[in-house]
Design a protein around this ligand. Structure first.
Ligand SMILES: C[S@@+](CC[C@H](N)C(=O)[O-])C[C@H]1O[C@@H](n2cnc3c(N)ncnc32)[C@H](O)[C@@H]1O
Length: 507
């Protein structure tokens, strides 16, 4: 696991904590008092040293002089040489301190382990998939070694949504925190509150070392970090303790900290639910919605950035077989489907406002070239966009393109053509309103999610169960209303149990 030295100019998640928020952490967790009593404090990814600086500023405000503060017990590390030098210069200029023996300039993943009493940090926040390509290669093995990978194959192909913040926190606690030590991190709350890749972090375990989240401050809409749209907070983790739920959860609402309880609703690694109640018993008693595996909830069609090729705002039938899309493209009717829009969830009666071209067979497989050739208008339309479609990026779409199927989309399979779909708005909403639509209707990317079903009676039973107010309450408890993560399929899956496939007996 060699990291190359050119990484010293790398910039990953270089957004620094304003010192007043550093002071907030110091005050809330009594870090200053412990430091005065002799505790060593380490920032593993220190940037320009704002958090350590905040400790000194906090002391000065309490009328200590710099010389009376135990500055020799402040330690930090930073990967980027420029930021490292800036921090050394700053401590010299501002406080007259020579910190060159205390501040190292290394990748924290590679730095020789050492034990500190307290970690006060703010790791880089970035999904693995968005890391610089060369650095991705360097850190892959660490994600695997620290057991943070949702899907090893996905990671090896470069496409995991696990956040490097999870890795840096785990490495920091494992390699740099004393047994039973306390660590405090400003961090993306997705590690605690989102489904998906970050679930692995919520094992709260590194090899045989456990660690426990103890207290969470959710900054909610307060702009602690400029130009950051993800949800973030400040979290206390203690080493060598197993998590005990509920946790204390404080949320900054209208400039006041409101107190909640946080706990995983079903399984230990589930995203934390946030509630005024200590425990939502009723959820534990919820009887699961039983469906077949083929009806797994899923997101809508994903054009991988080619909406302008596949989606249309206007359709006119010009014959039984053909239609005119957007007033200019003649295409075979059989491949054009109504696409759900937000309006459809507000109105009674379904009127199409958008359409999607699906060059697919009813078994969910993309048309073969030979089949496309049978429809000259379709062939010409696709050919006129061939270049743009072939340029689409992403591991999964590229693998189709490389096999010659440059007209495919993601999220299309037999389920798109099941007779019924229960569809709901999964993105940016505050209410959970599933509706039943017939097979022609298609769901749009992550905006909508659906359960495909083959039988109307089953669809009516399932929608009735989905409308149980407990489900909407659970979604609200995740505090994701209004975000892209409102009611994505993973959240609804928690309420579902798959029917055992029936066995065929022979003999
Ligand atoms: C979010 S900033 C926080 C900096 C500082 N802790 C603060 O709160 O102001 C994260 C810092 O981590 C640094 N960094 C990123 N990856 C790192 C790594 N693998 N090892 C050490 N530092 C790293 C970045 O250069 C950046 O300065």
């Amino acid at each position: 696991m060699n990291l190359n030295s050119s990484n010293k100019t790398i910039k990953i998640g270089d957004i620094f904590t304003p010192t007043q928020w550093g002071e907030f952490a110091i005050k809330e967790f009594c870090i200053f008092d412990d430091w005065l009593k002799g505790a060593t404090v380490f920032d593993p990814t220190m940037g320009e040293g704002h958090l350590l600086e905040a400790l000194i500023l906090y002391g000065l405000k309490k009328n200590y002089t710099v010389s009376r503060l135990p500055t020799h017990n402040l330690f930090g590390n930073e990967i980027n040489s420029k930021y490292h030098q800036t921090s050394i210069a700053k401590f010299k200029d501002q406080f007259g301190l020579n910190m060159s023996n205390n501040f190292t300039n290394e990748d924290i993943l590679k730095l020789k382990p050492q034990q500190y009493d307290i970690i006060l940090g703010n790791p880089p926040w970035q999904n693995f998939v968005d890391l610089p390509i060369t650095y991705k290669e360097d850190v892959k093995d660490y994600f695997i070694r620290y057991d943070l990978v949702e899907n090893k194959k996905d990671l090896l192909l470069g496409g995991s949504r696990i956040d490097i913040a999870a890795l840096v926190i785990q490495v920091s606690i494992h390699n740099f925190l004393k047994d039973n030590g306390n660590s405090f991190f400003f961090m993306p709350l997705s590690l605690l509150l989102n489904d998906g890749a970050n679930q692995h972090f919520r094992k709260y375990k590194i090899d045989s070392t456990v660690f426990a989240p103890k207290k969470i401050f959710d900054f909610n809409s307060t702009k602690v970090f400029k130009n950051v749209s993800t949800r973030y907070g400040l979290v206390h983790f203690k080493k060598n303790e197993s998590p005990e739920f509920p946790l204390s959860y404080f949320r900054l609402e209208n400039e006041k900290w409101t107190s909640y309880f946080a706990y995983p609703a079903f399984n230990k690694t589930d995203p934390l639910s946030i509630s005024k109640e200590k425990e939502v018993d009723s959820l534990k008693n919820f009887s699961p919605i039983v469906i077949n595996k083929e009806s797994t909830p899923r997101q809508g069609i994903n054009t991988c950035g080619a909406n302008s090729v596949f989606f249309f705002d206007h359709k006119e039938d010009i014959s039984e077989d053909n239609c005119l899309l957007n007033g200019k493209f003649e295409l075979p009717n059989r491949f054009v489907y109504p696409l759900l829009t937000s309006k459809n969830f507000k109105e009674n009666g379904l009127i199409p406002y958008k359409w999607v071209l699906l060059p697919y067979r009813k078994d969910g497989k993309p048309l073969e070239q030979m089949e496309i050739d049978q429809y000259p208008t379709l062939k010409n339309y696709l050919l006129s966009h061939k270049e743009a479609l072939e340029k689409r990026k992403g591991t999964m779409i590229s693998s189709w393109i490389n096999k010659g199927y440059w007209w495919v989309m993601l999220g299309v399979g037999p389920y798109n053509f099941f007779p019924y779909k229960i569809v709901w708005e999964a993105y940016g909403k505050k209410t959970f309103n599933p509706i039943i639509v017939s097979n022609k209707w298609q769901a749009n990317q992550s905006l909508q999610a659906f359960i495909p079903l083959k039988d109307m009676t089953e669809a009516e039973t399932v929608i009735h169960q989905l409308k149980n107010p407990l489900i909407e309450n659970y979604l609200l408890s995740l505090k994701m209303e209004g975000t892209m993560n409102w009611a994505q399929p993973g959240k609804i899956k928690k309420f579902i149990k798959f029917r055992e496939p029936s066995l065929t007996l022979f003999g």
